[in-house]
Design a protein around this ligand. Sequence first.
Ligand code: NCD
Ligand code: ZN
Length: 339
Amino acid sequence: MVSIFRPSDFHVHLREGPILNHSLNENLKHFQRILIMPNLSNPITNSKILLNYRNQIEEIGSNQMDILFTVYLNDDWSIKDLENSYQNNLFFAAKLYPKNATTNSTSGVGDIRKLSKHFEILEKNSIPLCLHGETIAPFDDPFEREKIFLNKELVWIQNNFPNIKITLEHITTKDAVDYVKENKNIGATITVHHLLENTNSFLGDLLKPELFCKPLIKNRSHQLSLQKAALSGNKKFFFGSDSAPHLSKKKFNSQCCAGVYSSKYGVSNLIEFFSSNNKLKVLDKFLSINGNGHYSLDFNKKKITYKKIKNFKFVSKTRCNQDYLIHYNHYNAFWLLNK
Ligand code: NCD
Ligand code: ZN
């Protein structure tokens, strides 16, 4: 048996329509709080779209879970609408996608230096900034984009807006771990698949579309740096699954979409990982204490218990909209929440 606080996931893509139904219900089973991403097919770039999305989620129902919304930063957000929406508690954080860096980022930001007015609003109102930290220059190597982003873009943001609280999302490199450790006012989310996979499992043998995501999964040495950061309990590192469901026809296709759907087995994988490293004591830090601390949020300290299922058989897909969603699961093990 393992007893932990009910986890928080600070980076989730719930999507819309039929996928929203699935992903929301899956998240309700595991988390007390989730921070959800705004890269819808029509991204959340004004308060009208935001309100509409809030209504869609409310209709499905999410009573027992705290859902924190993000908005999608770009030139289209009028400064006034952004500030008013925040002051009316319609969203919790702002997300910055470099243009075309990942799924649904065509409306993202081409040149972050042109967003200064928006950054001023974030700084003035203490709105957290969540960053997809990759560069988009056409000749930047896809495996190097996170590292290049740190010096080229992130340093600029932090030098010019030192009071913005930043979350560097889904970090994948030792460079990012070091940057976050060494700088103020910044924390980082780590996904379960970047912790447990590396370039060997992703493309060392047969190519696995189900592990294709942005930023790309990196080599063993970077993976070990992420593992060390997560297992250390350092308050700057916390769980954000980046769970990003796509229908299988979009994954197993000549143009595979980036995104790994990990909501169903994510917590189970983390219990297995922390316990196999004899670090179960640190799991609460990674899954609830550090993330909520970073965002100065209170959370429910009631412990819940999980038990390991015997003879577990992994079911890799769930039917959705005449197609399937493919679940990520690293270990052939499952920890079930005791009701
Ligand atoms: C995410 C998605 O599918 O929305 N994909 C991904 O590869 N991580 C977007 C993102 O967070 O980059
Ligand atoms: Zn994401």
